[in-house]
Write a new protein. Sequence first.
Length: 64
Amino acid sequence: MVTPNWSIIAPLAIIQLLLQIIALVDISRRPEVVGGRKWPWVLVIVIFGLLGSAVYLLAGRKEA
């Protein structure tokens, strides 16, 4: 059985979790997002993890 290399996996998991938290906090505080509704962005962030968070933070935020 192959044992996972935690020295690689742990930092990536922490980065993913932090980006998801940052994106979800940002979406909760922002009055408007691209597309008008927040719930689809929340689904993208939760389902797609690191990629969903990055997409939201780069393209989903609407400047006030």
